[in-house]
Design a protein around this ligand. Structure first.
Ligand code: HEC
Ligand code: HEC
Ligand code: HEC
Ligand code: HEC
Length: 413
């Protein structure tokens, strides 16, 4: 048996069985789960499934859903951001993203991609958003799992992102959604009641996170929905003195933002009435007239059925043109501000070398540098390029430009 939890099964059995029993509710799941556990030769009784039920095992009940999920493999076009935006190598200097930074692809590739990246990935915490087996491991054994060795842990994982990540083992209950990534539930707190579950499901991974400096656990810096803005997350990082890396040439304590789609979307114009699934998971009609949710996560512009739903509110608008218009404006501004950041970094490292400014003066500039890069990055790494929330994208880039100007002013004074 490949699954890690089995080795620690005896310790965990007691704690898990109460929760696990609840998961196996309907006769249908019972039958499937039973057959599968038996076929796999596992020793557990079916009422105590304390492992991940895989997509393969759900295939008999949900053939279309499983197939659509597999078709995420079609989304395999990768570009190197470092080739596209050469200034990145300079602004990320000293960090893994200056070495390897490739665009995201479909969910089916997560295990392959996390293994192949040239960025250093010593610990298992890099697997947080990559596999249901890892999610289950954290749920079973607690936070110590995050500091396990990467290679050893990776070798034990069976599946890339799959059913368990969003449904636990509950799929047969008509797709009931479950937050399996506990650190996100903790961060959102009571406000979770006001968030559409089909947005929360994606927010488990498409969100900014950091690794706790003490035990390397994955955490979210937000505290309820009020603390969801880039400004309050920055305040929080400043307060706890969090730093992703110290840049050698400038001495700046840098931050690296990552894919804040959840936060960006929730602050935007659609949040009150649409979920992530509404725009990224088509409702497909079958020949018999029934429908199912496609589990191919794709751009709404790439799917006719999704595009049709936009017309309810955006009558007569060419959606591709509308969306691309926003994206072109934001991308051009990202590049402009990114290049200014790169110049600030060079000017600051030259000033450090020259030694004319006092440490205190340099530290003031370093703080501005840290914050300018944070705001620029928060927009740069958000995957919709402004489509989810153009106001926020503009605000981040404007704030960044302002801080760059202030820092340059101090350096040139
Ligand atoms: C368990 C973590 C996890 C969950 C939950 C998750 N995603 Fe993802 N998603 C990822 C990762 C990681 C990638 C990048 C995969 C890669 O590049 O190898 C990704 C990639 C994507 C992509 C492709 C991006 C591109 O540029 O082509 C889309 C679209 C997407 N996710 C949408 C969603 C939606 C919508 C939801 C909610 C229904 C969701 N995801 C839930 C982790 C997750
Ligand atoms: C109103 C529709 C809408 C909603 C709701 C929505 N998105 Fe998007 N999303 C878009 C559009 C439009 C794009 C840009 C697509 C493109 O560039 O082709 C996009 C792009 C993305 C991408 C990049 C993938 C790609 O193919 O470009 C990801 C990942 C993503 N969204 C995740 C999410 C997540 C997670 C949520 C919920 C927190 C969400 N989206 C909610 C419309 C939406
Ligand atoms: C990244 C998150 C995610 C993953 C992974 C995922 N689902 Fe879903 N699933 C959703 C969302 C979101 C919905 C839509 C719920 C809604 O409409 O409120 C959904 C809906 C469903 C439904 C309801 C059926 C329908 O047509 O509306 C079923 C059944 C289901 N999923 C089964 C599965 C199975 C089986 C797997 C694995 C092969 C799986 N899901 C993987 C997020 C996910
Ligand atoms: C239920 C109504 C509704 C639906 C459905 C809807 N939208 Fe919107 N959308 C809006 C509203 C309202 C705004 C804000 C308009 C404004 O501020 O002028 C908006 C704005 C936008 C924006 C600009 C966002 C920004 O921050 O600048 C984009 C892009 C967008 N919609 C894309 C889509 C796409 C793509 C779809 C279909 C997948 C879609 N919308 C479906 C109501 C909707």
């Amino acid at each position: 048996m490949k699954y890690l939890v089995f080795e620690k099964e005896k310790i965990m059995r007691k704690r898990l069985s109460a929760g696990a029993r609840k998961t196996v509710r309907t006769a249908a799941v019972f039958a499937v789960a039973f057959a599968v556990t038996f076929a796999g030769g596992a020793r557990m009784a079916h009422a105590e499934i304390d492992r991940v039920i895989s997509a393969e095992e759900w295939r008999a009940l949900y053939p279309e859903i499983v197939e659509s999920m597999e078709s995420n493999s079609d989304n395999n076009y990768r570009i190197s951001y470092l080739d596209e935006d050469p200034y990145l190598t300079n602004v990320y200097e000293g960090y893994g993203f200056a070495i390897d930074y490739t665009s995201a692809v479909g969910h089916t590739y997560t295990l392959e991609d996390v293994h192949n990246t040239q960025r250093p990935h010593p610990l298992a915490n890099c697997l947080t958003c990559k596999s249901p087996n890892f999610t289950k491991l954290v749920n079973d054994l607690g936070e110590e799992v995050y500091s396990y060795d990467f290679e050893e842990t990776w070798a034990q994982l069976d599946e890339s992102i799959s059913c368990y990540n969003c449904h636990a083992n509950h799929e047969a209950n008509n797709g009931e959604l479950v937050v399996t990534h506990q650190y996100i539930a903790d961060a959102v707190g009571e406000d979770i009641a006001g968030i559409n579950p089909a947005t929360m499901a994606c927010g488990q991974c498409h969100i900014e996170y950091y690794f706790d400096p003490d035990n390397k656990a994955t955490r979210s810096p937000i505290h309820g929905l009020e603390g969801i803005t880039p400004e309050s997350v920055l305040d929080y990082y400043n307060e706890i003195g969090f730093t992703d890396w110290v840049q050698e040439s400038t001495g700046t304590h840098m931050l690296k933002a990552q894919h804040p789609e959840f936060e960006t979307f929730l602050g935007g114009k659609h949040a009150a009435f649409l979920s992530c699934a509404d725009c990224h998971m088509a409702i497909v009609s079958k020949e018999d007239g029934t429908t199912y949710r496609s589990h191919k996560w794709e751009s709404p512009l790439a799917n006719e059925a999704i595009l049709e739903t936009c017309a309810k509110c955006h009558q007569g608008t060419d959606m591709a043109e509308f969306v691309h218009g926003i994206q072109e404006e934001i991308t051009a501004k990202e590049r402009e501000v990114g290049e200014a950041l790169s110049e600030l970094k060079d000017t600051l490292s030259a000033a450090v070398e020259e030694g004319k400014l006092s440490e205190q003066e340099l530290d003031e500039v370093r703080q501005l540098h840290r914050e300018a890069q944070w705001f620029w990055d928060y927009c740069y790494v958000e995957n919709s390029e402004g489509a989810h929330n153009s106001e926020l994208a503009n605000r981040c880039l404007d704030t960044s430009a302002q801080k760059i100007a202030e820092a340059m002013g101090k350096l040139k004074a």
